[in-house]
Design a protein around this ligand. Structure first.
Ligand SMILES: *[C@@H]1O[C@H](CO)[C@@H](O)[C@H](O)[C@H]1NC(C)=O
Length: 472
């Protein structure tokens, strides 16, 4: 090769590296804590706005609104956000899951520049951005496919039928969920469009990760191809977390093992059972053991207590102390924690759309739960290298208590609740702290215990949870 041509090729190769995407991998995401929000419901601009009188339609939140409230998010220590889908939707698609034109940004939320500016501002603050994406379906147009840009031919869809059996993957893959036109991902045009669009979205807006909707409604061959060619290949192994709305670990792993990460719905049900319904804490041990055997990388699962598809925890039961325990468990337990917006203001909405409340007029950074979540998330962040490199190890369990360590961080939770004067006590034997180490509770700095003969004594009053870290 001519010397000049060689240099030119080298320059070209380098520029590709420099200009190319800078997506974040699974291992990097394991060190993040995610705040989940719906763009339409989070902020209209300043902290205040009109009350929304119809939660089934647009309420007015925007990308600029999110940008104006990043202090609020960062004040709790979060270093990642997951936002609802950003593409243009058919009428009424405030949630974003009803695509009309996947190459257009939803004008109700702002412009392309607004979205890019939000991501830029997040990156300046070292907050990563994960966007929700949908491959299964488009907006509800019955069979009037002309309304859908890029997927405007009948052959882009499966023949019209309805999903009626959520145990039957064939029915789920080929028929319509809630009568939403079901894309035929095996059609070469559909496959290519979805793949190219994914790259466009991530590169254009400099995204760090993706949350994938309705994964179990699309066949696994599609996910294998998308993972290999697009997510791994073209997008340098970007981390994705998929939604497989199912309580069976082996079932969600059929998808997680392909795409890398899925939401941990089985653990969600366990956390709800033990903290929300005061069932036996041994269920956590059982779930951990089961998932150890099923998942090759359970640390890549997204863990959560609340989201936009389920009644909020405080709707199921109203005792904040139980919610605090569930949050404590989720933030320090195995997986990538995802906290749903409004948890910090004690939102207690029921099923969709009531669990999609507006947050404006309620950005109270002094609230007890805002402060509590701040302590949890900031402590996770302060100890993140230790936590990320340490397994969740059970240290004490009975029907009402579950305690564990992640490296140097000791976590004690209970499900007795705050209503009775309950004093729970137990001894812990743990050899990894140096003799004489003083451990202090992150919620009350004078609440400390000393390690003697590799033992220490824990007391929980009125249903509280505690997190102990070594005193500096
Ligand atoms: C709320 O919005 C939905 C969706 O546009 C609409 O069907 C419904 O009639 C509205 N409800 C009220 C009370 O306006």
């Amino acid at each position: 090769m001519h010397k000049f041509t060689a240099l030119l090729s080298l320059a070209l190769i380098l520029s590709v590296f420099i200009a190319g995407v800078n997506t974040a991998t699974k291992e990097e995401w394991k060190k993040r804590t995610i705040y989940q929000l719906l763009t339409d419901r989070f902020s209209v601009g300043g902290p205040n706005g009109h009350e929304c009188n119809n939660l089934s339609n647009y309420c007015g939140g925007t990308f600029n609104g999110i940008k104006s409230q990043l202090d609020y998010i960062q004040g709790m220590g979060f270093d990642a956000i997951w936002i609802s889908p950003v593409v243009e939707n058919t009428d009424g698609g405030y949630h974003g899951y009803w695509a009309k034109d996947i190459y257009k940004i939803n004008p109700r939320f702002g412009t392309e520049d607004d979205l890019r500016s939000l991501v830029d501002e997040c990156h300046k603050r070292d907050i990563w951005v994960m966007v929700d994406v949908v491959y299964n379906h488009v907006g509800p147009v019955d069979t009037d496919y002309n309304q859908i840009k890029d997927f405007n031919k009948p052959e882009h869809y499966h023949t019209k039928c309805q999903v009626t059996n959520f145990q039957d993957t064939g029915n789920m893959e080929y028929c319509r969920l809630s009568n939403l036109p079901d894309l035929n991902q095996n059609h070469p045009e559909v496959y290519k469009t979805l793949s190219d669009w994914t790259v466009w979205l991530v590169e254009k807006f400099n995204l760090d990760g993706l949350r994938i909707d309705t994964v179990a409604f699309v066949n696994r061959e599609f996910w294998s191809a998308l993972k290999k060619e697009t997510l791994e290949g073209r997008l340098k192994d970007i981390y994705v977390v998929g939604e497989v709305f199912d309580g069976r670990s082996d079932f969600i792993n059929q998808y997680g093992s392909i795409i890398g990460g899925v939401l941990n719905y089985p653990m969600y049900y366990t956390v709800q059972n033990v903290y929300g319904r005061s069932e036996s804490m041994y269920q956590i041990r059982a779930r951990m053991n089961e998932q150890d055997a099923v998942f090759s990388d359970a640390g890549a699962l997204g863990t959560f207590i609340d989201n936009h598809d389920n009644n909020r925890f405080l709707n199921i039961q109203s005792d904040w102390k139980l919610f605090m325990n569930a949050l404590t468990y989720t933030v320090f337990g195995r997986g990538i924690p995802i906290i749903y917006y409004g948890s910090e203001q004690l939102f207690n909405g029921a099923h969709d759309p009531f669990n999609r409340e507006t947050l404006w007029n309620k950005f109270n950074t002094k609230s007890e739960m805002y402060q509590f979540i701040s302590k949890l998330v900031k402590t996770r962040r302060n100890f993140i290298d230790n936590i990320a490199s340490s397994k969740q190890v059970e240290r004490y369990v009975n029907d009402k208590l579950y305690a564990f360590t992640r490296g140097q961080v000791f976590v004690a939770t209970t499900n007795v609740g705050s209503f009775r004067d309950q004093r729970m006590e137990f001894d812990v034997t743990y050899h990894d702290y140096a003799e004489g180490t003083t451990l202090c509770n992150i919620f009350f700095e004078n609440d400390c215990v000393q390690v003697q003969n590799n033992k220490f004594h824990i007391v929980l009053n009125y249903g509280e949870s505690k997190v102990f870290v070594p005193r500096k």
